[in-house]
Design a protein around this ligand. Sequence first.
Ligand SMILES: NC(=O)c1ccc[n+]([C@@H]2O[C@H](COP(=O)([O-])OP(=O)(O)OC[C@H]3O[C@@H](n4cnc5c(N)ncnc54)[C@H](OP(=O)(O)O)[C@@H]3O)[C@@H](O)[C@H]2O)c1
Length: 246
Amino acid sequence: MDRWVGKVAIVTGASSGIGAATVQALARAGMIVVGLARRAERVEELRKTLPPDVGRRVHAYRCDVTSEESIVNTFATIDRQLGGVHVLINNAGVSKLTCTLLTPGNAEDLRTVMDTNVMGLVLCTREAFQSMKRRQIAGHIVNINSILGHKYVPFPNLNIYMASKYAVTAITETLRNDLRNEGTKVKVTSISPGVVRTEMVPEGKQFQDTPMLEAEDIVGAILYALGTPAHVQVHEVIIKPVGEMA
Ligand SMILES: NC(=O)c1ccc[n+]([C@@H]2O[C@H](COP(=O)([O-])OP(=O)(O)OC[C@H]3O[C@@H](n4cnc5c(N)ncnc54)[C@H](OP(=O)(O)O)[C@@H]3O)[C@@H](O)[C@H]2O)c1
């Protein structure tokens, strides 16, 4: 991770779960970390729990990734205040386990999932890439995908979530091609976890016997991908807890 020390990382969905754990790990590794979330106050609270020399490198910015205006304004502010983006962790994501694809009145929930998991990721990537391009940064974009982005699992009420993650798989490879065609050395990595113990996973009987990963397990994969030499690109990492059936 030495080449990233003092460089800027943006983590979307930094107020909880995998994103919050990633903010801490990247700041501890010496990066300047901008944690984005609608609940930016949670990122600020997290910052205060860190040792002062680490917390000093964490910045909390409010950003709603379903809003293009919010993304464009936030990335412009970061560029102005902290300089160019070196690393983007596209982590913000939602599932709405409220309905099937056939349930009347489901459009709002389905749109929220697609706007967050797909369009949010694409637009954050576009803004981060423009910053990298302006400053000729050979950066790294990490997309937090899912095993559900690779394989159909008949889980009830997943509705459009799986499609959103299949889209992340396709978008990662499209980006890889676009980045090559732009003549850049920017890397893109997809990290696809099985079930992770976070606020996204509902509490209760449904998951009580399900083996789960911890957010730190996913952070380990992010650090591995970021830590590879400049000429090495980790394309895809699939991580499951031992004993997971899917
Ligand atoms: N948990 C799992 O089993 C699992 C498995 C595979 C993949 N994943 C993926 O891992 C990623 C992180 O999920 P998690 O498990 O850590 O869930 P989580 O604890 O619920 O965290 C989700 C994060 O996304 C942010 N977010 C949601 N909507 C947003 C919006 N419109 N604008 C900005 N930020 C938004 C939330 O922040 P605010 O609400 O404060 O905005 C929160 O920080 C997601 O992409 C998820 O699909 C999770």
